[in-house]
Every structure is written in C-alpha cells, then in structure tokens.
Design a protein around this ligand. Structure first.
Ligand code: CUA
Length: 202
C-alpha cells in the first residue's frame, strides 16, 4: 500500500485561496493605516515634538575634547568641591562636560532662565548623562561631541547620575550641576549639599 506523502507540488487542503472575509480585510486595513500613522509620526515628532533635544553632533578626538574641557574649567572656575572645580560660565557660553571613569568633570554652575550650549562627551567608554531628580537622559559617547541648547528652568542643586554601566565604579559616578536664580541663590535646603563619592548626595 502506498502512503500518501504531502509535497510542495500539491496544494494543501483548505480554503485559503478563497477571498478574505470583510472583517478580515477591515482589520488588516486598520492595522496598515495605523502603521502608516506611526511611521509618519517619527519624522513629525522630530519637527513638532517638544521633547526633542537640539542635538548638534560632531566628531571629536577624546583627548582634544578633554583639553578643551580643562581650558573651559580653568577659564571660569569660581570655587572647588573636593578637588573638582566649580565652573560658572557666562550665560550663552559653550559649556563643556566630560564623563570619564568614574567622574563627571567639572561641576557646573549655571543661571536659571539663561541659555547655554552644553557639550557632552566621554574620555573613555560610554557613559549615561542622567540629570537627577529630573528625568533627562543622554548618551555620552567617546569621539562624539553632543551639544545641547539648554535653559535651566529651576534653581537647585542637581546631581548627574551615570545611567550606562561603565565599569566597577559606575555606581560612584555622580556629578553636580548647580543652578542659581537671578539673585545668585539656589535652594536653601541644598546649600551644603556636596558630592559623596561613595555614590550620591548627602
Ligand atoms: Cu559612567 Cu556608568
């Protein structure tokens, strides 16, 4: 007795070649239309979305970026916190921040309501710029200078947390951004806050 073997040469039994039901055509159409909407939103958000960074990216040699950051820190240094310079550039200035294992350099002192061009880059590996307690996150990548047009909207003493695992000291990589108001003050209850290199403010 010959056993019937199914091969690709014979059509499988079923009704798949019959026209699809109206409901089936409808949901495929809806799904397709929604895909097009989502697809269109990608470029649309780039122009219309308020959440988009004004990212200007250029290639940069990490050593040169670091040298530029050191020069910036020396030029506008106004103080020191545990060996790290506190740097207060004038409003409108280009501000340089560098991530390196395991530190954010330098400490920035900015004025509320003024615009700055914040440059982010890394000296070694990928780091994550996460402004705490605000939910602002950017990748900090070596060989790229990522510039953001920023205007601090609130005075305070903020922390930069590294949110990209970068090595054994990742959890200790905490930086600091001080935002003063027009009178030069920041929030009083944080006035004595300093960076704790064991991982956070105290
Ligand atoms: Cu730098 Cu994690």
């Amino acid at each position: 007795m010959l056993t019937k073997v199914h091969t690709g040469l014979e059509p499988v039994p079923g009704i798949w070649w019959k026209p699809a039901h109206k409901a089936e055509k409808l949901w495929v159409s809806i799904a397709f239309a929604w895909c097009i909407v989502l697809f269109a939103m990608m470029p649309l958000w780039h122009w219309k979305g308020g959440q988009n960074p004004s990212g200007v990216r250029t290639r940069v040699d990490p050593q040169r970026y670091y040298a530029r950051t050191l020069a910036f820190a020396n030029q506008y240094k106004v103080g020191e916190d545990r060996g790290l310079p506190i740097v207060q550039p004038p409003p409108g200035a280009d501000v340089y921040l560098v991530g390196l294992t395991f530190q954010w350099f330098p400490i920035l002192k900015l004025q509320q309501g003024k615009e700055y061009m914040l440059h982010l880059s890394s000296l070694d590996v990928n780091h994550g710029f996460s402004l705490f307690p605000l939910n602002i996150n950017f990748a900090v990548v070596p060989t790229f200078d990522y510039a953001l047009r920023v205007t601090p909207t609130a005075a305070g003493d903020f922390r930069i947390i590294c949110n990209e695992f970068c090595g054994i000291g990742h959890h200790t990589m905490v930086g600091r951004v001080i935002v003063v108001d027009s009178t030069g003050k920041y929030v009083a209850d944080n006035e004595t806050a300093i960076i704790d290199h064991r991982g956070g403010a105290r």
